[in-house]
Design a protein around this ligand. Sequence first.
Ligand SMILES: Nc1ccn([C@@H]2O[C@@H]3COP(=O)(O)O[C@H]3[C@H]2O)c(=O)n1
Ligand SMILES: [Zn+2]
Ligand SMILES: [Zn+2]
Length: 245
Amino acid sequence: MTLRLQMLGTGGAFAKKYYNNNGFIYADDFTLLIDCGITAPLSLHQLGKPALEEIDAILVTHIHGDHVGGLEELVFRMKYGAGRKPVLYIAEQLITPLWENTLKGGLGQDGISSLEDAFEVRPLTEGNACSLSPNLSVEIIRTPHIPGKASYSLYINDEIFYSADKVFQPELLTHLVKDRNCRKILHEVQLTGAGEVHTTLEELLSLPPEIRSKIMLMHYGDEMEDYIGRTAEMEFLRQHEIYDL
Ligand SMILES: Nc1ccn([C@@H]2O[C@@H]3COP(=O)(O)O[C@H]3[C@H]2O)c(=O)n1
Ligand SMILES: [Zn+2]
Ligand SMILES: [Zn+2]
């Protein structure tokens, strides 16, 4: 079963040349949107996808504006436009903070007084792959990003790793490739500066070629074009392009 990937954006949090790092996974019968940042509605519009109904579910990896800042618009447009609630897959641990600390201020109003009033909430737990459709399963893996702030990477169909935002974990990548049949790694990259809360290009370049050759790079800064040809086997994902995974 081939999955397809289309990033709404491939930029880091403060990128201005690229939209927020959010994207579609297309299984033959199912469209999953991974994260929905501040720029997601504009990028959707540019893709000519006003029909939000095409989105079968949204999955949130963590609570940062470039990953959840577009949810309010999506909820209001679906509730007052299509008359339905989007399906939200989310780690159990993020349910309360997403509502109480992020969405409640804007979404809280007549008829919406909880996350469940805004979404069909489907809680995810670590170690349990969830079948979203016959050809799409997702397992969340808690990974380090901001100390004390829960963030999750994804393992899709037991063969594709989606980093979300995280610091470098060579042992996790090695484990997935050696022991869990991982054949594709969609990984964030910070091109300049020290990796405090992200993974640097230097760190990814320190991986062996058999792992680097599986990596496609995303969540990068505006300076990306200066790094073309300097990433060994690792290709930069381009936003809006459709990739067979
Ligand atoms: N200790 C931290 C925490 C945050 N940040 C920046 O804030 C951004 C939030 O969105 P992001 O995509 O996770 O990238 C984070 C860092 O750029 C950072 O640079 N250092
Ligand atoms: Zn981010
Ligand atoms: Zn983040």
